[in-house]
Design a protein around this ligand. Structure first.
Ligand SMILES: Cc1cc2nc3c(=O)[nH]c(=O)nc-3n(C[C@H](O)[C@H](O)[C@H](O)COP(=O)(O)O)c2cc1C
Length: 185
């Protein structure tokens, strides 16, 4: 692969949720993507990533427990109702958790590693032709989602990723130039 190929892949990755509802994603592809995430840099080699794959009615159950937590936390009825079914919008909803570290610093670095892993995964999905959408865990629902996934207390839900076969191509877009400062003396 040339750098230009790699750069084109990076630019081609887009957040998008218009997906073919009838077309499943093969479990081998999902496993491969999770393995791709696990190649991210990881200080102290804590291997902090956790993956929960929700398909079929599993997506509805996830929506229900998330919505219940939001309701308990006083979210609006509109948001709560929308959440009950929102994970049905793609054939796969992949929850990515970060394990708590043994110190505050390790917990932060675990999250950094998992975020790097998620980018690996999203790029891999793009290379496979899959559409993806990294969404946050709704406010107040972190612990309920982690428990639902069977993960230890203190797990941070770092992403809830919609995955599926896209039915449209998004137009190209611009990004602001990054701020780069050189220090050489
Ligand atoms: C940590 C994180 C959380 C995100 N959560 C949400 C979210 O909850 N809802 C949403 O619409 N997009 C979410 N996004 C996606 C961004 O909105 C998206 O990446 C941004 O608009 C740029 O678009 P692009 O990914 O197509 O380049 C999240 C991205 C990151 C990195």
């Amino acid at each position: 692969m040339t750098f230009d190929d790699f750069y084109a892949l990076v630019v081609a990755r887009r957040t998008q949720l218009v997906m073919d509802q009838e077309r499943d994603v093969d479990v081998d592809l999902i496993n491969t993507l999770c393995r791709t995430a696990a190649w991210a840099p990881n200080h102290q080699q804590t291997w902090p990533w956790l993956f929960g794959v929700f398909t079929g009615e599993g997506r509805r159950g996830l929506g229900e427990i998330t919505a219940d937590a939001m309701q308990r936390n006083g979210d609006t009825e509109l948001k709560v109702t929308k959440t009950r079914t929102k994970y049905m919008r793609s054939p796969v909803l992949l929850v990515v958790g970060t394990a708590q570290g043994e110190s505050e610093l390790q917990t932060q670095e675990n999250r950094d590693a998992v975020a790097a892993g998620i980018q690996n995964l999203l790029l891999g999905a793009t290379a496979m032709g899959l559409g993806s959408f990294w969404s946050s865990c709704p406010k107040g629902a972190n612990d309920d989602v982690a428990k639902h996934c069977g993960w230890p207390e203190g797990t941070h839900i770092t992403a809830m990723i919609y995955l599926g076969w896209p039915t449209r191509t998004l137009p190209e877009r611009e990004r602001p130039e990054p701020a780069i400062t050189y220090f050489n003396s």
